[in-house]
Design a protein around this ligand. Structure first.
Ligand SMILES: *[C@@H]1O[C@H](CO)[C@@H](O)[C@H](O)[C@H]1NC(C)=O
Ligand SMILES: *[C@@H]1O[C@H](CO)[C@@H](O)[C@H](O)[C@H]1NC(C)=O
Ligand SMILES: *[C@@H]1O[C@H](CO)[C@@H](O)[C@H](O)[C@H]1NC(C)=O
Ligand SMILES: *[C@@H]1O[C@H](CO)[C@@H](O)[C@H](O)[C@H]1NC(C)=O
Ligand SMILES: *[C@@H]1O[C@H](CO)[C@@H](O)[C@H](O)[C@H]1NC(C)=O
Ligand SMILES: [Zn+2]
Length: 338
């Protein structure tokens, strides 16, 4: 895709919720429709849930977890603040854009490693899978791949008369306007529609291309392809036409096809990613004795291994960019919730 597509003015992502509940659950249901039966069994085992919404019902967990004391560390994992210059120039640069504590790209890489690492506890592996289901959704939301105005959170608009901001319009207002609700059943119905469009409809011809660059052996590079793809969906006219205006129905009509496209991509990629993970997961590696957590250092001293994924991060910087400081100042959480 390119800047010729309409879309987002540069918005960016920001710390908010990425897709709202409806978008994330729809992504989960689409993935359920596409995964291999062996993947379904693998995921249901990890999640201890065999019901008809085993992925969809954990798809928003990460947005609740981030607001707990235990989970606050994961707030920066929902986005990558690309400090590009839309609409003139759009791009994501890992070294420039990923924050000191990580971003959605490192998070996808980290939890891809963790979900297949049997040295972690069952609960850590369960969390890793929940994070992946969520973040592969977040990374397709264009405003989660752009720093402009904190992912569009700073662009005040109205939507059908309600005061909101550009980020929330993408996460929540446009999906809910299209579907007419935000319950689990609404997500299931939307997913059924998009699944048919992928199998035998509008998306049948292009869906294979959505998996380009997907390499389970290089999760960071794969996630960068997805971030770049989301970031590409930028509105060429800048935000001036949006700020202070009602985005319904004009802007909505121009953008809703892209919303559907991105949700469909997220679900389809999630299925392919989980298939690849399940295929290489070695169940016998689980339940290794606790000793496996240690390696022997010099003079026979046992050292605890580093499982923090810190090697995925870039070098921290002494000075933060203006965009990173603004992000920090909003305290990470300005999502629109029901
Ligand atoms: C499936 O299980 C989850 C987790 O227990 C629950 O939240 C959800 O409501 C269940 N869904 C159905 C359709 O039973
Ligand atoms: C946008 O709205 C918020 C309150 O919702 C307000 O604090 C902020 O100043 C507004 N920004 C602009 C640029 O008008
Ligand atoms: C999906 O929904 C749209 C809009 O309601 C409709 O036009 C289209 O035919 C539906 N596709 C399928 C495969 O049902
Ligand atoms: C795909 O759609 C076409 C036209 O809508 C229909 O004739 C055909 O039976 C469908 N194929 C499948 C496999 O559903
Ligand atoms: C990897 O995941 C663990 C467990 O959630 C977390 O403590 C760590 O900070 C993560 N590392 C990165 C680089 O995201
Ligand atoms: Zn999120």
């Amino acid at each position: 895709m390119s800047t010729t597509l309409l879309l987002i003015a540069l918005s960016a992502l920001q710390g908010a919720d990425a897709w709202g509940g409806l978008g994330h659950q729809t992504t989960g249901f689409i993935a359920q429709n596409f995964v291999h039966p062996a993947t379904e069994a693998w995921a249901q085992n990890i999640l201890s849930n065999t019901n008809s919404s085993y992925l969809a019902s954990v798809a928003t967990w990460a947005d609740s977890f981030r607001y707990t004391d235990e989970g606050s560390f994961s707030s920066p994992f929902h986005y990558i603040d690309a400090e590009d210059d839309p609409p003139k120039s759009c791009n994501v640069d890992f070294e420039r854009d990923c924050g000191d504590a990580g971003c959605v790209v490192t998070a996808i890489a980290n939890y891809t490693q963790r979900v297949q690492d049997g040295r972690h506890s069952d609960q850590e592996i369960d969390y890793a899978l929940r994070f992946l289901v969520h973040f592969i959704g977040d990374i397709t939301q264009p405003l989660h791949d752009e720093a402009f105005e904190i992912g569009g959170n700073g662009v005040n608009v109205t939507f059908d008369g309600d005061d909101t901001n550009l980020h929330s319009v993408w996460d929540t207002s446009m999906p809910e306007e299209l579907v007419g609700g935000y319950e689990l059943e609404d997500a299931e119905a939307w997913a059924a529609n998009l699944t048919t469009e992928i199998r035998n409809g509008t998306f049948a011809a292009s869906s294979k291309s959505w998996l380009q660059g997907l390499d389970i052996e290089d999760p960071k590079a794969s996630a960068m392809v997805w971030a770049q793809d989301g970031n590409n969906v930028v509105m060429p006219d800048g935000i001036e036409p949006l700020e202070g205006n009602d985005l319904y129905p004009g802007y909505y009509k121009g953008a809703i096809d892209t919303v559907e496209l991105q949700i469909a991509k997220a679900g389809y990629r999630l299925a392919a990613w989980l298939d690849a993970l399940a295929a290489k997961s070695d169940v016998s590696k689980r339940w290794q004795p606790r000793e496996q957590y240690w390696k022997i250092g010099t003079q026979g001293v046992k050292l605890e291994q580093d499982f923090s994924g810190s090697d995925l991060l870039r070098e921290p910087r002494a000075a933060k960019s203006k965009a990173k400081m603004r992000r920090q100042a909003i305290g990470w959480g300005c999502g629109h919730k029901h």
